[in-house]
Design a protein around this ligand. Structure first.
Ligand code: MN
Length: 721
């Protein structure tokens, strides 16, 4: 275990200006808070945050990151509160510690393999500061280093798999190869112990057999480069078991067939020297075709820069050589972490800007340096993360939603039934309105009730197609109920007109003829206008001769009511069928005060027309679709509502006549909502205007005023389609 003064010394060694006092306080505080807690290894718990801090100092990270490492488990696992951390260590550290805590919380959800990609996105989306992710990666690295202390093999495997699927790609994405390689090897060892053992055994055998081939090759490489007067640093190693395994998998070959198991690295002072070294190596050893890669002139999307080549080296060994500058090497090992590392002479580098720095912007910067299509693709993918939110069910399942999604979207994403019956939601344990926008990592608990049905209001705030479709479907099914009610009254009216009775039994018998699924479905078909009541009548009483007066009766009645200018059994529109869909016909724009008639339309409920509307002629053959309706009360209740009246106007083409028109309408309390010019001649314009008015009298007043205006040639209520 690193001692307190040692930790401070390590940080001071690379950052003389580091806040020694704060590190000391964090060390003491974390040790005190974790108290007697133990790790699975039997070590005091505090050894864990301390080791994590140690890993970060190897990456030369700034003081805030090191302090965050020391405190990273205090909020989650001890009595410490966010207020305590803020008071003692300030806003920046609190923000970082809370960031790590959030990531730790989602770790405990049960991550299924197929959700790995979602988890990676979630972790990225939640790591608003790249240092949060770096502390988390170091945390995972130490947990992996101590994984063997966990007794249950299944648990070890689960953690190893999670590491390989989530944290390794993340480490790779931000370019921290140092952590990535170690995580990979430990995960591999736990997931596939047989393969790991077999590879390490063979490596050991080769090592003994070949007697330090690596050393021999190293010696020769150093000599040759020395002869060329190149001052460089050459190192060599066996490749890691996992990278060997991956290569065997990828190429589908056995260990024996795998020729390059050794990797050498040449580090130089500057870029030009890299190409010089490459020239020397290629002039001495034959190259293996297709293995040369220049990532210096065009770096990898995560910022990686290096030259790669494979040659037939000393003693005919195939060897891979990487050539890069010291700076590129640091970047390769530390990735974005290099940007937070303390740089000698360069002061605190970007760690100060880091406060406001979002990890994304940082990655974008890297991407920007090499604008190739692949990079742009990568860039686009990153942006996509920002358009999604990831939330958890109480069982820990991860639900991916578009950003802006609400608990209703979440409920429908879980299951249609959950959506249909949802009455309330708790987000992270707190009750919230159903229209609340969800955030990343939110745990959403939906309350359902069997008696609940989807609310049309939900349509205003849901963002997912599934939720929208289900809500609409429900509204439609509700309409069908209304149609059924309407159809029932229409059908019974038709039978009554013929002085006949009908029973459900009779209707059930004939319903199949109309492709209906039972009586209710038959009613709905009639109500929606798809089935004619008289056809049903004929089916029930095939022998019966219809009274020829049926149609005339109704029309006669209609004419009578028109001429009598009064009360011919008024049926209040609203009282007709409660909740029945009503709309005003666009052909005649009926207004309160107009005599009106209702027509059952196909699929759209009842259309209200004025009794003199031309369109009504087309319904003359289907009297059962006609409904006697009237305005509920002509004197009251209409003031609150406004209706559209449509006027056909011919206007002389003079300056100001259009202005006159709108002034006249306006001074009469009307409001023009739409104007459409239908004919534009040299001397006059014909147009249709829609005016918001209270009732027909109001519209008549406007018409009268317009007619008295000199610029206006003619004004009529429109009778058009
Ligand atoms: Mn931890």
């Amino acid at each position: 275990m690193i001692r307190q003064y040692e930790l401070v010394e390590i940080v001071k060694a690379y950052d003389p200006d580091a806040d020694e006092d704060a590190i000391n306080r964090a060390y003491v505080y974390a040790m005190k808070m974790h108290g007697s807690q133990m790790r699975a290894s039997g070590d005091p718990y505090f050894s864990h945050p301390l080791e994590v801090a140690g890993i970060l100092t190897e990456m030369k990270l700034d003081t805030a990151s090191v302090i965050t490492a020391l405190l990273h488990d205090t909020i989650e696992d001890t009595e410490a509160t966010a207020e305590d951390i803020k008071r003692l260590f300030g806003d920046e550290v609190l923000r970082l510690v809370e960031g790590v805590t959030k990531l730790t919380r989602i770790e405990f959800q049960n991550a299924e393999a197929k959700q790995a990609e979602n988890f990676r996105k979630l972790v990225l989306a939640m790591s608003e500061d790249i240092r949060v992710l770096l502390v988390k990666l170091a945390d995972r690295l130490h947990n992996m280093r101590t994984l063997h202390h966990i007794k249950k093999p299944e648990k070890r495997k689960r953690i190893a798999l999670e590491t390989l699927e989530i944290y390794v790609p993340l480490a790779e994405r931000v370019g921290v190869n140092k952590i990535k390689n170690e995580l990979e090897d430990i995960a591999f060892q736990n997931l596939n112990p047989d393969a790991y053992d077999s590879i390490t055994t063979r490596l050991k055998f080769l090592r003994e057999e070949g007697e330090s081939v690596v050393t021999d090759i190293l010696k020769e490489l150093r000599e040759k480069l020395g002869e060329a007067d190149l001052e460089v640093n050459v190192t060599g190693r066996e490749k890691s078991p996992y990278s060997i395994w991956k290569k065997m998998q990828k190429k589908n070959i056995s260990f024996e067939q795998l020729s390059d198991i050794m990797a050498f690295r040449v580090l130089t002072e500057d870029k030009a020297l890299c190409y010089h070294v490459l020239g020397v190596i290629h002039s001495i050893y034959p190259t293996v075709p297709g293995r040369f890669k220049d990532y210096i002139s065009i770096s990898k999307p995560n910022g990686y820069q290096s030259l790669h080549t494979t040659v037939i080296g000393p003693e005919n060994y195939r060897i891979e050589i990487q050539i890069r500058t010291f700076e590129m090497h640091e970047e390769a090992e530390l990735g974005v972490a290099a940007h937070w590392a303390y740089k000698q002479g360069g002061g605190k580098q970007q760690s100060i800007d880091g406060k406001k720095y979002r990890w994304l912007r940082e990655l974008m910067d890297i991407v920007e340096h090499a604008p190739r299509p692949e990079e742009f693709l990568e860039h686009t993918k990153l942006e996509l993360f920002q358009e999604q939110v990831f939330c958890f069910t109480p069982q820990g399942d991860l639900i991916e939603l578009p950003s802006g999604a609400t608990p209703v979207d979440f409920a429908y994403a879980v299951h249609s039934k959950v959506g249909d019956t949802c009455v309330g939601a708790k987000v992270n344990g707190r009750i919230v309105p159903l229209s609340t926008k969800l955030g990343n990592g939110d745990q959403v608990d939906i309350t359902t009730s069997k008696s609940q049905t989807p609310s049309p209001n939900w349509e205003r705030f849901v963002v997912t197609g599934k939720a929208r479709a289900r809500i609409r479907r429900f509204i439609r099914s509700q309409q069908i109920e209304q149609f059924a009610e309407l159809g029932k009254s229409m059908l019974h009216k038709a039978f009554k007109n013929e002085d006949k009775n009908v029973t459900d039994k009779q209707l059930a018998k004939v319903s199949k003829q109309f492709k209906s699924d039972g009586v209710d479905d038959l009613y709905a078909g009639i109500g929606s206008g798809h089935i004619q009541p008289k056809e049903v009548f004929k089916a029930v009483y095939p022998e019966h001769k219809s009274k020829p007066a049926l149609k005339e009766d109704f029309l006669g009645e209609r004419k009578k009511t028109k001429s009598r200018s009064g009360k011919a059994k008024p049926m209040p529109i609203k009282g007709l069928i409660p909740g029945m869909a009503l709309h005003f016909a666009r052909c005649c724009h009926p207004l309160p005060g107009d005599r009106i008639v209702g027509i059952v339309t196909t699929g759209k409920g009842v259309a209200i027309h004025t009794v003199d509307c031309d369109t009504l002629e087309s319904f003359a053959d289907t009297p059962e679709r006609w409904l006697d309706v009237a305005w509920e009360d002509e004197d009251t209740d209409v003031e609150a509502e406004t209706h559209i009246g449509r006027l056909n106007i011919t206007l002389s083409n003079e300056p100001g006549s259009l202005g006159n028109l709108s002034t006249v309408v306006g001074t009469n309390g009307g409001n023009i909502t739409n104007i459409r010019i239908t004919n534009r001649a040299l001397d006059f314009w014909e147009m249709l205007i829609d005016v918001y008015v209270k009732d027909s009298r109001h519209l008549s007043d406007i018409i009268a005023s317009l007619r008295s205006n000199s610029g206006i040639i003619s004004v009529n209520r429109a009778q058009s389609k």
